[in-house]
Design a protein around this ligand. Structure first.
Ligand code: TMP
Length: 209
């Protein structure tokens, strides 16, 4: 793990249609209203090189992409974002909010595609220089319900079968059980305002507000 990190790194995870991006935006606005140094980014993407990789990953015409290529491209996008933005910002003391991170690769490529999870962890440690989130929210939603909440134009991953998305959800539930000190599981069964009240309580505790 890199030395000299002063900020906090908080990640927002969840299956398709879980509302994680909305919650990350609400947290960002909340912290801005308190004049806290905060940066909100998304994965894959967040910087020019990683946004280019995102377009390759989500392009529905890339039907022949292998599991190995897909896993490494997600890691490549992450490696660039960590080096270009996340680590420099954390060193300055910024609170970095990321819409997805390494847990996404573990559940989508690991649980979903069947790529060996310990291999993902090894490549992940290299790509991220060992940087793990201080805290992670996983927004849990039934796979069918979540998919029905996504837009009509589906990307390459959203187009996968219901069974694939059920495996993704199972992966998230197992991660939450395995790392209770880092991960909190939030049920998506309330309004976004009610969910935000729960999220805000955690944020206040993590940041000592
Ligand atoms: P988004 O819809 O949250 O912007 O994420 C883009 C898609 O990429 C989403 O379907 C989840 C998928 N994804 C992976 O399969 N592996 C990863 O490591 C990440 C970050 C995202």
């Amino acid at each position: 793990m890199e030395k000299g990190v002063k900020g906090k790194f908080i990640t927002f995870e969840g299956a398709e249609g879980s509302g994680k991006s909305t919650q990350a935006q609400m947290v960002c606005k909340y912290l801005e209203s308190l004049n806290k140094p905060v940066q909100h980014i998304r994965e894959p993407g967040g910087v020019k090189i990683s946004e280019s990789i995102r377009r390759i990953l989500l392009n529905v015409n890339n039907t022949r992409m292998t599991d190995e290529c897909e896993t490494l491209l997600y890691m490549a996008a992450r490696g660039q974002l960590v080096g270009e933005v996340i680590l420099p910002e954390l060193k300055k003391g910024t609170i970095v909010l990321s819409d997805r991170y390494l847990d996404s690769t573990i559940v989508y490529q690991g649980y979903g595609n069947g790529v060996d999870v310990s291999t993902i962890e090894t490549i992940g440690a290299f790509a991220t220089k060992g940087l793990m989130p201080d805290f992670t929210f996983i927004f849990d939603i039934d796979a069918e319900k979540g998919l029905s909440r996504t837009g009509r134009t589906k990307d390459r991953i959203e187009l996968r079968s219901l069974n694939y998305h059920k495996k993704v959800r199972k992966g998230y539930l197992e991660l939450a059980k395995a790392y209770p000190e880092r991960i909190v599981l939030i049920e998506v069964d309330k309004s976004k305002e009610e969910i935000f009240e729960i999220v805000r309580e955690h944020i206040n505790k993590i940041l000592g507000l």
